[in-house]
Design a protein around this ligand. Structure first.
Ligand SMILES: NC(=O)c1ccc[n+]([C@@H]2O[C@H](COP(=O)([O-])OP(=O)(O)OC[C@H]3O[C@@H](n4cnc5c(N)ncnc54)[C@H](OP(=O)(O)O)[C@@H]3O)[C@@H](O)[C@H]2O)c1
Length: 361
């Protein structure tokens, strides 16, 4: 694999250059756009027409309408841009949308990288996913752990692994591309909202009847944004960097939600095999009859939690100077943002009592 030397350019200080963010209305994109604007950058966002969730309302960004599947719209989006953060993707833990997920994530990334190369873009940072890295039950996984394509992998995970191949192909073709791998994001500016955002809203409104044990790697939105900036500034072309804040068992996450919302955690802790069965039945029935309904739990989400994946961010730490902050801050910021937008009506108590920067272990 070709490895270019670390560039000497300080991308963060070059505020005159135009930066394109794809998926700017998404959870990560909305946080990244705000951070870039706080750092006085000129930002353009690629969004699909008709899906306005309010994430960009009131922001002084240049909006270009297009779709990753439409190469012509991407040529317009990248024109005049110096660098790109490619955050857009179709996320799904349900089955049944394989072709659409493949077209958006894999072919869409191929289209975008080709357009970027033709337009002379300096560097592209592409968001990756921990689900596209292999699993080891005995130790945290790092960037070296290969994705295992068989077994019960989700179509989404497959596509995120193939997105990485597109990035490496682009590097071979001369486009400077770095992969910034995210774990599950918790944080503010979650306008859609995301699966984890919906869990927090349900928790705050006492609509979460039960939870599953298990655990996952979580990253605060601020940390994954910082990781993307570091990857742009210091990452090596063709390399991948994992950005996470910490592993949390679901019991710890429920404790954290209880502290932040002031609402008592659900009394029911459903054993993992039982929840896997319930999720499979609800996906089969609800997923088939009402495909647009977002399920609280899917079989894939339960499987991920049961695997308790752990991530090792040593490479990002060592090469980029990445220093994760606190997942408690991310949850508190997510809660506060929902509250300010009027999405949380019944606060458990005023003030969460949680200290900023307190880490849950
Ligand atoms: N959220 C997580 O926990 C997590 C974990 C690991 C990795 N990631 C990665 O992080 C990135 C951002 O995720 P997120 O949480 O911000 O997801 P998100 O909130 O669902 O946002 C994804 C964005 O991508 C856009 N998009 C999807 N298909 C598109 C297409 N064909 N053309 C143009 N735009 C398209 C969506 O636009 P519309 O609004 O028009 O649909 C949406 O704004 C993704 O690459 C994802 O794989 C996320």
């Amino acid at each position: 694999m070709p490895c270019q030397a670390i560039r000497g350019v300080d991308y963060r200080r070059d505020s005159l250059a135009l930066i394109l963010v794809t998926g700017g209305r998404g959870h990560l994109g909305a946080n990244l756009v705000r951070r870039l604007m706080d750092d006085s950058h000129q930002v353009r966002v690629l969004v699909r027409p008709g899906n306005d969730n309010g994430a960009l309302r009131g922001l002084d960004v240049h909006v270009v309408y297009g779709d990753l599947r439409d190469r012509v719209s991407l040529n317009t989006a990248v024109r005049g841009c110096d660098r790109i953060y490619h955050c857009a993707a179709l996320l799904s833990t349900m089955r049944g949308r394989e072709r659409e997920i493949y077209a958006c994530n894999v072919l869409g990334t191929r289209n975008l990288l080709a357009a970027a190369r033709d337009a002379g873009v300096t560097r592209v940072v592409v968001t990756g996913s921990l689900s596209a890295i292999g699993h080891d039950p005995y130790r945290p996984v790092d960037e070296q752990m290969p994705f295992y394509p068989f077994g019960k992998q989700l179509p989404y995970s497959h596509t995120k692994a193939l997105v990485e191949h597109e990035c490496l192909k682009a590097v071979v073709d001369g486009l400077d591309t770095v992969i910034a791998t995210s774990t599950a994001i918790l944080g503010p500016n979650d306008f859609t909202p995301s699966r984890m955002g919906r869990v927090l809203l349900d928790f705050a409104h006492r609509r979460l009847p039960a939870y599953v044990p298990g655990g996952f790697e979580f990253v605060s939105a601020a940390d994954v944004v910082e990781g993307h900036l570091l990857a742009m500034e210091r990452g090596r072309a063709g390399h991948k960097y994992i950005f996470s804040t910490q592993f949390l068992a679901m019991d710890e996450l429920m404790d954290l939600y209880q502290e932040v919302t002031g609402v008592k955690r659900p009394p029911l802790r459903v054993p993992e095999p039982l929840m896997a069965g319930i999720a499979a039945v609800s996906e089969a029935i609800v997923g088939r009859l009402f495909p647009s309904v977002a399920l609280q739990v899917t079989p894939a989400a339960v499987r991920f939690l049961r695997m308790r994946p752990r991530a090792d961010c040593a490479k990002a730490h060592r090469e980029l100077g990445y220093r994760p902050t606190s997942i408690a801050d991310g949850v508190a910021a997510a809660y506060e943002c929902f509250r300010q937008r009027g999405l949380i009506h019944r606060a458990g108590r005023a003030g969460s009592g949680i200290r900023r920067s307190e880490r849950v272990r």
